[in-house]
Design a binder for this molecule. Structure first.
Ligand SMILES: C[S@@+](CC[C@H](N)C(=O)[O-])C[C@H]1O[C@@H](n2cnc3c(N)ncnc32)[C@H](O)[C@@H]1O
Length: 421
């Protein structure tokens, strides 16, 4: 094994970070050489072998700091914070527990504290990061003046002058705590009252992880959120929350947030099946949101959960067909459309899309026969109640009966096949 491969493995297992090829050549490569020489190793290979054996946390954190950037700012991606704030208006009597995971130098933590004060709610905010050095800056609460240059005056007034810099006022520093924490390995922090968090914010951290690890981290974070509470990931982070049964993606003012929905997990595993219909609808919606966001793995997991909940329901089979079609696999799509039609022969969207798969496979006669049946079904008024899940607000997933009818007619006309009247 080369020292680069060894280093990548030891860093990934320590904190989930995936090393890119350029990482080992730039700043990190120089640091590795410097540390190997400084600690008396004959070469970098021997240093990496020692790291693998010893797993020295301080040493690993030093290396991780060379590949992560504490890039952050006050009220970064403020639209997400506003979306959360919109859920907490009129909640003045409640106390909120907030955790910012991967908070770097603390700007996100103080932004959340300022937001809470502006909302008039009682809140405590914990900031954690793997890098203790960043947290030193966060605890100081002192930043260059430039850091607040774009803040509105009422927010800039939350800072005081300190030796040419600015510092958070004590009433804000009193609301926050900071702790080192490795998201990939350490036990999750809990609020002092032992309950779950009302809000966990983990933004621009998962971008460094591979997908599998990101899903694991989101699943763990979700387990720490209070029922009905929120998880907010960064807009650039991989959309993996669709793969976590207890999270419901919710679009608030154009921002995707995730709400903890405990009932869903219980129902989806088949325990407590008293409200199976509601669980099915919720899971379908989770799948549809994932599909709309091109999170195909998340959508597949949700639809398969639906099939386990209700093996004779045509909707999940139809949606799996849609998913395969979007993934560019018409043969698999046709399989699922056929299954939907076996379960619900009047399912005209499944029939229409089955026809288009057959056409793509060069089976024009079979396709035409399906299009004729679609027209017959639509004309017999069988276009109601075929789709229960709400697809109407998801672009590209909704089929209108009128458009489908006119597409079928045009197709049949072009090939001089008689269409039903
Ligand atoms: C780009 S900053 C994001 C800061 C802030 N959340 C924001 O969005 O403005 C990413 C942070 O994630 C931290 N980080 C990376 N891997 C981590 C891990 N395994 N556990 C905890 N923090 C981690 C890095 O140290 C860095 O401070």
């Amino acid at each position: 094994m080369t020292w680069r491969a060894g280093l990548a493995a030891v860093i990934e297992s320590y904190c989930g970070l995936r090393l890119r090829p350029e990482d080992a050549t730039g700043k990190l490569g120089a640091l590795v050489r410097e540390r190997a020489a400084g600690l008396g190793h004959a070469d970098v290979l021997s240093y990496v072998a020692w790291l693998q054996r010893a797993g020295d946390r301080d040493e690993l954190t030093r290396l991780v700091a060379a590949i992560t950037v504490p890039q952050t700012s006050f009220f970064r991606d403020e639209r997400q914070l506003r979306a959360i704030a919109s859920q907490w208006r009129n909640e003045r009597d409640r106390a909120f527990q907030i955790w910012s995971a991967g908070c770097a130098t603390g700007e996100e933590v103080y932004s959340l504290a300022i937001m809470a004060v502006e909302l008039g709610i009682v809140a405590r905010v914990l900031g954690t990061d793997i890098n203790a050095g960043y947290l030193g800056t966060a605890r100081d609460g002192r930043y260059p003046r430039q850091a607040i240059a774009t803040l509105a005056p009422h927010r800039a007034a939350r800072f005081t002058e300190r030796g040419g810099d600015v510092a958070l006022r004590p009433e804000l520093t009193a609301l926050v705590d900071f702790r080192t924490h490795n998201l990939a390995a350490d036990p999750l922090p809990r609020p002092d009252d032992g309950r779950g968090w009302n809000l966990v914010v983990c933004r621009n951290v998962l971008i460094y992880f591979d997908r599998q690890r990101a899903v694991e981290v989101v699943r763990r974070l979700a387990s720490a959120v209070e029922d009905g509470g929120w998880l907010v990931l960064g807009a650039a982070d991989p959309f993996v929350a669709g793969q976590v049964a207890t999270l419901r993606p919710v679009c608030v003012d154009g921002q995707w947030l995730h709400q903890k929905w405990p009932a869903l997990a219980t129902k989806a595993t088949g325990e407590g099946t008293t409200d199976r219909g509601a669980a099915l609808a919720d899971t379908l919606e989770t799948g549809n949101r994932s599909l709309a966001m091109h999170d195909f793995a998340g959508a597949r997991a949700a639809y398969q959960r639906c099939l386990r909940l209700a093996p004779h329901d045509a909707e999940a089979a139809y949606l799996l067909g849609l998913l395969h079609r979007k993934e560019g696999d018409p043969a698999a799509a046709a399989h699922w459309f056929r299954r939907a039609l076996r379960l619900a022969p009047h399912h005209w969207p499944a029939r229409y899309l089955l026809g288009s798969c057959l056409e793509r496979a060069g089976r024009a006669d079979d396709a035409g026969a399906e299009f004729v049946r679609v027209l017959e079904q639509l004309e017999a008024g069988r276009d109601v109640d075929v789709l229960r899940s709400r697809l109407s607000d998801l672009p590209g997933l909704q089929l209108s009966p009128r458009q489908v009818a006119s597409a079928c007619r045009a197709w049949l006309r072009e090939r001089s096949v008689r269409a039903p009247h």
